[in-house]
Ligand binder design. Structure first.
Ligand SMILES: [Zn+2]
Length: 321
């Protein structure tokens, strides 16, 4: 069976870009240097609770000079599952700030980590998260960008790491219409999804389609992993230089659940390695679509058979392990 190819859209491929020096001045220059088709930014220091007001001139320049799909990553400190009230209050304020900035710069979504129970167990952590996140969602203006929940690698007390966890997490939040998902390939791998082969990547995306639904996937963080599968360690690596390898990403571009969804790298930078990662992914995108057209449901594997089209197998080469 051959999937009708022309109907499946191409995912834009881009990078998380630095914005010190201005979200437009620096961010767009960096985006151009790495040939990003989509970008992600921080709107405040990701390791602090600071809430910068933004620079209206830079915001205006960004909107005037760029049509790239744009996403915000909220600070890492945010944890809506925390047992500590002060952290909870700051987390909600920090997320609301990022969402407000998202509205100002017309972001397509605000990525936030799904959090940790810290102590007293996942069930209690989920209960606290539910109460606090629903309160934030209820206060959102209708023109706010959606909240993109990013599952974690499964480290200590994580509330959400695997695809099945995502379904449970969304269920706790009553499948609120302002919620979407940002899947990070390094996190999924560390959480136990062995996506280091095309069938493994396909199995994870199939599961996502079944339990969460393709319409909830808004963004993918495409990162290779320095850490092993199921290690629960969050260690990003450049595409093809880690334990996932480059090849399975072709399946990501091909699969109906993720095809057309923007893909952002958060790998070690700066410009030269980011440009290489974006370029590698763009070639895998072509390959993924070529494979889906030429080989139908047989897909494309990390170790192409000798019968595989030579033109399709050559540009990427064997993934470095
Ligand atoms: Zn990520």
């Amino acid at each position: 069976m051959t999937t009708p190819h022309t109907a499946s859209p191409l995912s834009p491929v881009g990078a998380h870009v630095p914005v010190s020096g201005g979200i437009a001045t620096r961010g767009l220059a960096y985006a151009a240097a790495v040939r990003a088709e989509t970008i992600q930014v921080f709107v405040s220091n990701p390791r602090s609770w600071s809430r910068g007001p933004g620079n209206p001139a830079e915001d205006a320049a960004l909107r005037e000079n760029s049509a790239l799909p744009l996403f915000i990553h909220a600070p890492y400190l945010i944890n809506l599952g925390t047992p500590y009230q002060e952290t909870a209050t700051r987390s909600a304020a920090s997320l609301e700030h990022a969402l407000l900035r998202g509205e100002e710069i017309q972001a397509g979504g605000v990525v936030v980590h799904t959090g940790s129970a810290v102590r007293d167990g996942r069930r209690e952590g989920l209960r606290r998260m539910r109460e606090r996140l629903l309160a934030v969602l209820e206060r959102l203006s209708p023109s706010s960008p959606p909240v993109l929940l990013e599952p974690m690698a499964g480290q200590g007390g994580a509330l959400c790491a695997t695809v099945d966890d995502v379904a449970e997490y969304l269920d706790m939040l009553e499948w609120h219409p302002k919620l979407r998902v940002c899947l990070d390939t390094a996190h999924s791998f560390a959480a136990g999804h062995d996506i280091s082969t095309a069938p493994g990547m396909r199995a994870m995306l199939d599961r996502f389609g079944e339990t969460v639904g393709a319409d909830r996937l808004e963004l993918v963080h495409a990162n290779d992993s320095k850490a092993q599968c199921a290690s629960n360690k969050d260690l990003h690596q450049n595409i093809g230089a880690g334990r996932i390898g480059a090849a399975p990403f072709a399946e990501l571009f091909r699969h109906p659940v993720s095809s057309g969804v923007p893909v952002i790298v958060e790998t070690p930078g700066p410009e030269t390695p980011h440009a290489a990662d974006v370029n590698t992914l763009r070639r895998l995108r072509t390959l993924g679509h070529t494979a889906s057209r030429e080989r139908g449901s047989a897909g494309w594997s990390a170790a192409p058979s000798p019968q595989a089209p030579a033109t399709a197998a050559e540009p990427v080469g064997a993934p470095a392990r």
